[in-house]
Design a protein around this ligand. Structure first.
Ligand SMILES: [Zn+2]
Ligand SMILES: [Zn+2]
Length: 343
């Protein structure tokens, strides 16, 4: 089969012919229908220290996808050949303290598909059955491929309430945009969207039509938000950018006893003014990573079933798997929403 392989411990990757993987007793084999490019894939391609510390070449990368099940291991009971599934990237060990207390997504021995084990930028992929989210068979496979990144936003947003709350979102890449659509659908009273890329900012109204758009390259985001909330600040502040300046602003604009959720990953330690912005405010601070298994997926399903939000407009480009390098470069440029690859 054709697969995108990170061949060496150096920048780049190559489309190669490799063997179709053989599923183990608790795995399924899927025929990949659609795969999406994520920031992690950009890192794997470019090979910064983040990737060097995690990736052991040669390996197939890519982790966001949907696929049709073509083989199931002997011990797999809940998935059948012909099922359409979306892939959950966290592989929990199912035995540690976190797994036993309902928090598999932060398993102490977690492996990640497309990072620690072979991924999905390929014609076929071996997926543990515990990582399969079954979709109705008539679901658009493109939708299945973007549930994983959408869930990153949903998990962070739902660390508390957003209905009838004022919410500021820092970072409007694909995850931020889908997050904004969800926050709007869940009935936030006022939404602020902060993003330095004009292209991405221009996509926000499709997701949250009444959001106040702020370009921090032009305006002081914290000042705009504080002025618009009578100086009190917002109830909920969510950072999806990982940018240190945005994280600082997220703390500046949260109101007293408000909530900050951090989803974006800063590449270095961030300096925070804790006395004024957290302690005196009695702010509540949450980290959020990946998706809860499977609460987050049910939340997404509920929202889709309600008809109040459709994340599909986040997909701006579609291309064959062979064009993966072009797609990753486009994703890196920030001039795209979600980019899908088709094996
Ligand atoms: Zn991802
Ligand atoms: Zn575990």
């Amino acid at each position: 089969m054709k697969a995108v392989v990170k061949e060496k411990a150096a920048p780049g990757a190559r489309l190669m012919d490799v063997d179709v993987p053989a599923p183990g007793p608790r795995d399924v084999l899927i025929k990949v229908k659609a795969a999406a490019i994520c920031g992690t894939d950009i890192h794997i391609m470019e090979w910064p220290p983040f990737a060097q510390a995690r990736i052991k070449p040669p390996m197939i990368f890519g982790h966001e996808c949907s696929g049709e099940v073509v083989k199931v291991g002997d011990q797999v009971k809940n998935i059948a050949v012909g099922d359409l599934v979306a892939v959950e990237t966290h592989i929990p060990d199912e035995t540690c303290f976190m797994c036993q207390t309902g928090l598999q997504h932060i398993c102490e021995k977690m492996a990640i598909i497309g990072v620690h084990v072979d991924g999905v930028f390929a014609e076929y992929a071996k997926i543990p059955a515990v990582c399969c989210w079954k979709l109705a068979r008539d679901t658009n496979p493109d939708l299945g491929a973007i549930l994983e990144p959408w869930g990153v936003a949903v998990n962070g947003i739902l660390k508390g309430e957003v209905n009838n709350r004022t919410v500021a979102v820092f970072g409007c890449g694909p995850i931020g945009l889908m997050g904004l659509g969800s926050i709007h659908a869940w009935g936030a009273s006022k939404i602020f969207a902060v993003e330095p890329s004009e292209m991405r900012l221009s996509m926000v109204p499709q997701f949250a039509p009444d959001a106040v758009l702020i370009n921090p390259a032009k305006d002081n985001a914290a000042k705009v938000i504080l002025d618009a909330t009578g100086g009190r600040g917002v109830d909920v502040s969510i950072d999806i950018s990982g940018n240190p300046r945005a994280i600082q602003a997220a703390f500046e604009v949260v109101r007293r006893a408000g909530r900050v959720t951090l989803v974006g990953l800063p590449s270095e330690p961030v300096t925070l003014e804790l006395t004024a912005n957290v302690i005196y405010k009695e702010a509540r601070v949450f980290g959020s990573t990946g998706r809860m298994m499977w609460q987050t997926w049910y939340e997404m399903q509920n929202l889709m079933d309600s008809g109040k939000f459709d994340p599909m407009p986040v997909i701006t480009h579609r291309m064959p798997l062979a064009d993966f390098a072009k797609g990753i470069e486009l994703a890196q440029s920030g001039k795209a929403g979600k980019i899908l690859l088709y094996p």
